[in-house]
Design a protein around this ligand. Sequence first.
Ligand SMILES: NC(=O)c1ccc[n+]([C@@H]2O[C@H](COP(=O)([O-])OP(=O)(O)OC[C@H]3O[C@@H](n4cnc5c(N)ncnc54)[C@H](OP(=O)(O)O)[C@@H]3O)[C@@H](O)[C@H]2O)c1
Length: 370
Amino acid sequence: MVSITNVRTSNATLKNGPSGLVAVFVGATSGIGLGTLKAFAKSTQEPTAYIVGRSEKAAAALLEELQKSNPQGTFHFIESEISLIKNVDAVCEEVKSKESKVDILFMSPGYLSFDGRTGESYDANNLPGVRAAANSPTESPEGIDIPHALRLYSRLRFAYNLMPLLKTSNTGGRVISILAGGQESPLDVDDLEVRNDFTFMKAATNGTTQTTLALEELAKANPTVTFIHKYPGFVNTGVVDRLLRTAPGLFWYPAAAVRWLVVPVVNLFSMTVTEAGERGLFLSTSARYPPSSQTKAEQGYGIAPLPKGVDVAKSSVVQEDGTGNGVYRVGPTDDNAGDDKVLGPYRKDGTSTKVWESILSVWERAVARA
Ligand SMILES: NC(=O)c1ccc[n+]([C@@H]2O[C@H](COP(=O)([O-])OP(=O)(O)OC[C@H]3O[C@@H](n4cnc5c(N)ncnc54)[C@H](OP(=O)(O)O)[C@@H]3O)[C@@H](O)[C@H]2O)c1
């Protein structure tokens, strides 16, 4: 476990760290992404942040707050519905046209819902209880379940498209996906797109396992970039409340009871968005998470040096000579997730390659339909 004191010590060094860091935030208009964006804005020197979200109007107050927190910062909002791969491509082109490097790509977009496979975007500004209509399409115009696009296909597309800029970072580019690193479970390898017997749990766990395997594939080709897949634990962002609002039919009543009676109690013990954000900035900058090319350096490699007593984290795969793959599965307090029984065989039996090829084919189909 990395204590919050050590996280804060590390983040405090950024005031004297490199100036002009460039970060792209996807899903940072609320929750863990928002906490991290605010921490990044106020803690770094002359930062530039691209904030990708669905409503520039709704983000006006946030942009003002960020600018006030750091008058030397530059904050761009890019309005886009990024469950569509073609929109992800357009956003990345915009960033590439303005920047020659990206230091941090921080991704946390998405939502949970009891709805089946869905092709309608959930409207976070239109609560309560907005759910896909009974006759709503079962996939996006690009053929993907929208929550699955947000947790998996769109996030990886950002990483893939921005890789040339991440590789140009002179502090070591970082890709961070906030989902459920360390919670990987067996995949239905014949149904990687979750088309059969769809449940939101099946889709969520499938997205978790595929995320780690896909990040490992990306890391093989990009050893100067760090990849982090984090399970944040329970953070008080309202995510569970919003999930329960989508309970169907008669399940709505027990779900409402849980929302009113149980969730407020659980919230008392959950992590605050502020702490989750401080931890998000730590993941984005600390020498605890070096890329593969630097894993054998004793002092770590990153923007912020290791605080006293904090070690370099263990990569998800470590070779016999001690070289790590630069991929980290981390838990709520930024500790290493335990050894995994699920991923080991998948790395050897060709499932990793199958996962990556499936992702490429989903992208190809999506872009062809655009
Ligand atoms: N919070 C927790 O306790 C917890 C626990 C485990 C895992 N997680 C996972 O961690 C990630 C971040 O969680 P969070 O609680 O910080 O999320 P959150 O507060 O619900 O934020 C989700 C973000 O997703 C963005 N988004 C983009 N496209 C969207 C679309 N089509 N529909 C809905 N939202 C869209 C929203 O931005 P715009 O509205 O501006 O587009 C919003 O900023 C999620 O993947 C979540 O499943 C969270």
